[in-house]
Unconditional design. Structure first.
Length: 134
């Protein structure tokens, strides 16, 4: 699905999107734990059966991670970085396409940046901007 979000629309879906994003982070951490176990626990290096079962668990975790990513992005929100906790919502400022930007820990959309700018290009939303963003 693709649409341009207004600030109001982005903030309306933000709570459910944050919940989904937290699950995505948990799934990423699960993948890391399984991979670490596979690389460090000797039982996975000495038992083919144990290795195969753990590898299947790893594959399932990866599939679940990508399903969770699809669930978020099917709403039109773009996951920019799981590690840095960044989500972008496509929007328009006048006739220019921009991103409304959210960082993990924030409770509402307060920033935006241009299409070709990253997190470092974030600018605060001004009252004037909020009126013009569509």
């Amino acid at each position: 699905m693709f649409s341009h979000f207004t600030v109001k629309e982005a903030n309306a879906i933000l709570p459910s999107t944050i919940k989904k994003f937290k699950e995505l982070v948990n799934l990423k951490n699960e993948i890391i734990k399984i991979q670490t176990d596979m690389e460090t626990d000797p039982k996975y290096m000495t038992s083919l059966k144990e290795y195969i079962l753990k590898k299947q668990e790893f594959n399932t975790a990866i599939s679940n991670f990508y399903k969770a990513m699809e669930d978020i992005e099917s709403t039109g929100v773009v996951v920019k970085s799981v590690e840095e906790g960044l989500l972008d919502f496509p929007s328009l400022r006048f006739s220019e396409e921009i991103w409304l930007c959210w960082k993990e820990g924030e409770t509402e959309i307060k920033f935006w940046h241009g299409k070709d700018e990253g997190f470092n290009g974030r600018k605060p939303l001004e009252a004037f901007d909020v009126e013009k963003l569509r």
